[in-house]
Design a protein around this ligand. Sequence first.
Ligand code: ATP
Length: 314
Amino acid sequence: MQNIIDVRSLNKKYKDHHAVKDINFQVKEGEIFGFLGPNGAGKSTTINMICTMLVPTSGSITINGFDAVKQKSKVRESIGIIFQENTLDEKLTAHENLMLHCKFYKVPKRKRGARIQEVLEIVDLVENRDNRVETFSGGMKRRLEIARGLLHYPKVLFLDEPTVGLDPQTRAHIWEYILRLKEKEGITMFLTTHYLDEAEISDRIAIMDKGKIITINTPAELKKELGGDIIELSTKNNSQVMRDIEKDKNIIDVTVQDNILYIKVHSSDAFISQFIKKLSVPIETLNIRKPTLNDVFLAFTGENIQQSPETQSK
Ligand SMILES: Nc1ncnc2c1ncn2[C@@H]1O[C@H](COP(=O)(O)OP(=O)(O)OP(=O)(O)O)[C@@H](O)[C@H]1O
């Protein structure tokens, strides 16, 4: 598979802050590329540079064969962006919103009608074409934004938390459309998300932290690399537990989040009974499971992938 995005030695420095530090990665044509990282990792800065909205301090970005600094308009023709916040004009109808975008992107006049019809069909909004956007549900607005992002036949679609704030049923519905697009039109998807299940859909995932790409792999490989089992344990005195299990050779790693200890072990089978005997404080909850993508994220960044409550309502 050919690389549709090629990022090399990319840096961005804001006055006294080095936000993106010499990163390198490639995105293959047709894949869903998940771009994850905690708040402030440098994801938006990187995406803004790829989308030509921000000039890099140094390094190179090639999209669809075009240079993101020297061939901005060619790059813009090659990409579609679905922003997190609603950028539709609520007072206009679906059709009028799409027409406005056609003009902006200079889609030839004689092709506009057919193309609008085509994208409305993709997202199942043909019957709503003449209704004002203000009458749409959250899910319909998102679908219309996706339709708009597709109007100029982009090769890459940037999806910035595409289902944030939507209910689970609508989220599942939006994903049906996104996956249909991938299948039918072969569009490459560059996805940022704080939802674990969405990250799982990615063909490959890059995790960014403190301005650097710290790993890139398929979700399955990332989990496999982490290996072993995870024991989730809570007690009234977790620091005593840490002392109890100190120097235990079966333990690979221990992290603490929200007062729960996540103890990574090679295998819990033979280990668990002697582990419990070692504890000098009563157990409140105990759970044993295989690693998830969240464990991968936690291991690399020290944080949970899920949205914090204050950003969830955005
Ligand atoms: N215009 C700016 N001037 C100075 N510093 C900035 C500017 N924009 C971003 N930063 C800093 O650069 C770092 C990376 O920010 P960025 O927005 O790229 O992170 P992010 O991974 O997208 O985070 P989030 O998930 O919260 O959107 C942060 O420390 C941020 O404060």
